[in-house]
Write a protein that binds this ligand. Sequence first.
Ligand code: TA6
Length: 306
Amino acid sequence: MILTVTLNTALDLTYRVERLVPHSSHRVTTVTERPGGKGLNVARVLTALGHDVTVTGFVGGATGEALRAGLNGVRDALFPVLGSTRRTVAVVDSSSGDTTQLNEPGPLITPSEWSTFLTSYETLLTSASAVALCGSLPPGVPVGAYAHLVRGARAAGVPVLLDTSGEPLRRGIAARPDIVKPNADELAELTGSWEPLPATRAARRRGAHAVVASLGPNGLLAATPDGTWQATPAAIVSGNPTGAGDSAVAALLAGLVAGDPWPKRLASAVALSAATVLAPVAGEFDADAYTEFEAGVSVVQHADAA
Ligand code: TA6
């Protein structure tokens, strides 16, 4: 099975308003509540694609109960904690498709909760074909947590993908994960460069086997041991971009497990991201659009550089 780790799970609330205007009050037209946090979205997408997936991470309180109740067939090995699972709020402006995201910090994880989690992670790795470590860290979890979990996966011989930001990313990438998937902001923060190509290559030199940068409407840029590729969608789609990066992670994991060549993995990841923008919430995608988009993705190889 594919294992996804979401240490800071969330109950994702999506509010749609006609038009978001600063300093004014709004009527919400629709409210959607879903289990969230990046690894949970990855797992929901992979489950919909027919993969055998298990999610792990921390859950607690009434929000944790609501999250669990919404899992709908996604297998979970979520670990109960005393604190309450956070909420995240995405406010979607229906007129423009622009989204404003508000993410709570999450519950305080105690040292004993963290150490019990580590024991269960080691057990889960024994039946995993790949593992994804996704999202922010809740308070109390050490900043080097992902580096530790990457090393654990490598020691168990399980390929590992890392999708996080800031210092946890900086430390995690040095532990040599198989794939790292930063977005443009995360890449710039990590490398100090806003130029995607040199930044992606510089990020790879920090220790990852491959770095796949998600560049929003410009698709994906991948620096890998087999070469560097830019994968671009045929057209820009508008909708709700929340979770598009999580769907790219889902496709990259599926391609990793299948042993697909990089151009195929990237085409699939770009198409699945775009099909997610068409869905109303993160962790879901428009299945017909996914098939249609995949054929239209352009994948171009860059000349090799040191
Ligand atoms: O990528 C979208 C999303 O996964 C939302 O579902 C929301 O839960 C959030 O990101 C969590 O991100 P964070 O970086 O705060 O862990």
